[in-house]
Design a binder for this molecule. Structure first.
Ligand code: ADP
Ligand code: ZN
Ligand code: ZN
Length: 703
């Protein structure tokens, strides 16, 4: 009699993979594995006809009852040689998926570097071998630190004992970065394995910050994570963080999902910046997740979170007012320099058709003559936002969007900034043949051109003509062009820098003494209730680029100024701006928000639908609203009627949205969780034909 072989010690594992959102496959799939696996292990598993990357989420004793063991597929291979993603990381990802109403697989897998998702196990093993093996390198001593200002010293002392999230409310140029550096330094020297995550709102801020961290802490163990890296770089940096080799990770919002097994500090610089909120896929707020992540980590080992800004978000400001966050204040600038004096230019008093007030031009020319720099802010790229024919009324509309195509003179194109559609500028009006079609309004390209003309007679100290340069998405597209342009500014090669909000953020320019904002008013009267908050922050940030080097300003005997051109000089926002009084501005805004039960006093979610027709988009939203009628939390919710989005059509797709509001975050969350399956079920309804996609935006920034 032959004995049967013992049954193989198969284990059952739930693996999270990217499943199509509407597949109804649930959060994870069950596989069989011949080898024992741990939760968080990275595996390659069969899915349909492909093999994909998956994360082992849970082990099970038995297969689920509705699963035929014989049908269950087998885990393909394990990515050997790297530790599993730890429990806190998995909790963070699971929370983000739940809170922002997305599939777990989508959030978890998109948090990993794309190269990791795409590499087969053997290729991965080869790649891993090539990585330099370092075990949490000690940080080399770099440049010696400056003496702390009394404010910095005070803040650092309080910080060390803080257990709550900290809001560092520091004026522009007050030396917030030095506080981040010192805090990181302390932590890293106290604990030879500790890791620090530092987030910045824009890629273009990472090189300068990276240089500062490297200078101070040594080049070893500082890596960056952002979308500007090649897939290979991103994989390498990600791995060094995951393996504990990188001690400091600098990155944009995506870095919040980096695997950092020994995370002890998260810094969110310019925490008010809207770019921390993702605008596609899972629409997460990296700032909010930072606070959540620090709490998760703290259950394991203390992890601090430090939010820094000169103009905090009203959410964070309110949290500090309530005592949920600890507010630390640094009102003074390093070196005792003054914040810029506000000079309002009343456009009603200017000669007709003034683009740049003569007094402002004069001030820029004088500064250039003394070897100082000016910065001109205009939040619109291109030459002109639209071309028009004054005979027949034709406008350069994008054929695919409810928006104008922007005139770019440099290559004589009309480009839609929403769908990318690009055409050559027509020789004559396409409607009536009029040869005289003209640009209407102004973008950065035109301002650069006009300034060069208007300042043609002005001279630099060396007798050379004044140099005007531009910094926006168009001039910085080519790799390295941003760095080289910024280097020119730092080196004093540029006298007047024109740019979009890109120039306003974070940069530590040393010789700028004048900042000018040209088309400020659009932010004053926008329908979006957050517009004043954003405008105030932008102007304060922009102003903060001026007069950063107090010694230089004193030597020059110059005055540091923020010029704002406006048709509404009496607007109360400018009164607070003139006093640099963010607290007063915030108090006034919070009062309005409280009265209207707006965030942070109420909670919102936005449902967006895209369809072939506006009717179909709105019909789907109406059905969606009805489908939620009896769900938990509904009684504490206001559901507004569907409306077209501000830009109603993009790339031939009609867009509509519906706002949900509740005084209770748990009620809103309970409702959304119950609502999701109902929304997916609507797919089968005949009325929803023509629907292309829908998505939920929790805590939306723009409504
Ligand atoms: P913020 O981020 O608050 O706008 P930064 O951290 O960039 O300000 O600091 C402004 C400038 O002051 C930087 O050039 C920085 O190197 C310098 N700085 C910061 N702290 C000190 C200090 N204690 N002593 C001398 N210079 C300092
Ligand atoms: Zn015409
Ligand atoms: Zn378009």
């Amino acid at each position: 009699m032959t004995e049967l072989p013992p049954p193989s010690p198969a284990v059952w594992v739930d693996v999270v993979v990217t499943t199509p959102a509407h597949s109804g496959l649930g959060d994870s799939l069950t596989y069989r594995s011949e080898r024992s696996l741990t939760p968080g292990a990275l595996v390659r598993v069969p899915l349909g006809t492909r093999e994909v990357l998956g994360i082992v989420w849970a082990l099970r004793e038995q297969p689920p009852i509705d699963l035929d063991p014989a049908q269950t597929r087998v885990v393909g291979s394990l990515l050997d040689g790297i530790p599993a993603l730890n429990e806190r990381w998995r909790e963070l990802v699971a929370f983000a998926a739940r809170y922002y109403q997305r599939a777990l697989g989508e959030v978890a897998l998109s948090a990993l570097p794309p190269a990791l998702r795409d590499l087969p196990a053997d290729a991965f093993a080869r790649r891993l071998k090539k990585l330099p093996v370092l075990t949490a390198p000690p940080l080399e001593a770099g440049h010696s630190p400056p003496d702390l200002s009394p404010e910095q010293a005070q803040v650092l002392e309080t910080l060390r004992a803080a257990t709550q999230p900290v809001l560092l409310f520091g004026a522009t140029g007050s030396g917030k970065t030095e506080v981040y550096l010192r805090t990181a330094e302390h932590l890293l020297s106290d604990d030879p394995h500790a890791q620090v995550l530092v987030m910045v709102p824009e890629i273009n801020l990472t090189p300068q910050l990276e240089a500062r961290f490297r200078d101070r802490l040594g080049a070893h163990g500082v890596v960056s994570l952002h979308s500007g890296l090649t897939p290979a770089q991103r994989l390498k940096h990600w791995l060094s963080a995951h393996l504990g080799q990188a001690r400091i990770v600098l990155g944009t919002r995506m870095a919040i999902f980096a695997s950092l097994p020994r995370l002890r500090l998260i810094v969110v610089d310019e925490e008010h910046d809207p770019s921390y909120k993702s605008q596609e896929g899972a629409r997460y707020s990296a700032r909010d997740l930072a606070v959540y992540r620090a709490r998760l980590e703290s259950a394991h080992a203390p992890c601090q979170v430090l939010l820094g800004s000169a103009t905090p978000s009203l959410e964070s400001w309110y949290a500090a007012e309530q005592g949920r966050y600890l507010r630390l204040t640094m009102p003074g600038r390093i070196g005792g320099g003054a914040l810029p004096r506000l000079r309002l230019v009343d456009m009603n008093q200017q000669p007709r058709h003034t683009v740049i007030a003569p007094a402002l031009l004069q001030a820029m020319a004088e500064r250039a003559a003394r070897g100082e720099q000016s910065l001109v802010l205009l939040n619109r790229r291109g030459y002109a936002p639209v071309l028009a024919c004054h005979d027949c009324g034709w406008k350069s509309d994008c054929p695919h969007c409810s928006a104008h195509a922007v005139f770019h003179k440099i290559d004589r194109t009309l480009r839609c900034h929403h769908c990318g559609h690009t055409t050559r500028v027509p020789r004559a009006c396409p409607e009536c043949g009029n040869l005289d079609i003209t640009p209407v309004g102004r973008g950065t390209e035109q301002i650069e051109e006009q300034l060069a003309g208007l300042l043609a007679d002005a001279r630099r100290p060396d007798g050379q003509p004044v140099r005007v340069a531009r910094l926006d998405a168009d001039t910085t597209r080519a790799k390295g062009s941003l760095e080289s342009r910024l280097a020119d500014v730092h080196a004093g090669e540029v006298d007047v820098l024109v740019g979009t909000q890109m120039v306003a953020k974070g940069h530590d320019f040393r010789r700028i003494t004048l900042v000018a904002s040209l088309n400020t008013d659009s932010g004053l009267f926008a329908s979006d209730y957050r517009a004043p908050e954003r405008l105030f922050a932008l102007l304060m940030q922009a102003a903060g680029r001026a007069g950063r080097d107090a010694a230089f300003v004193a030597e020059q005997g110059s005055s540091v100024e923020l010029w704002v051109q406006t048709w509404y000089p009496q607007h109360p926002l400018f009164a607070a701006l003139a006093r640099h009084d963010y607290p007063a501005f915030a108090a006034q805004q919070l009062e309005e928000r409280a009265a209207a039960q707006m965030p942070p006093f109420g909670y919102q979610a936005l449902v967006r639908a895209e369809a072939r027709t506006q009717e179909a988009a709105q019909a789907w939203l109406t059905l969606a609203s009805q489908a939620g009628d009896d769900l938990p939390g509904r009684d504490r919710l206001t559901v507004y009627p569907p409306v077209p989005m501000t830009i109603q059509r993009v790339a031939n797709v009609e867009r509509a949205q519906m706002l949900l509001e509740s005084p209770s975050r748990p009620a809103l969350q309970a409702f959304l969780a119950a609502w999701q399956p109902a929304l997916h079920a609507l797919r089968t309804r005949p009325e929803t034909r023509g629907l292309i996609r829908w998505a939920i935006d929790v805590d939306p920034l723009a409504i």
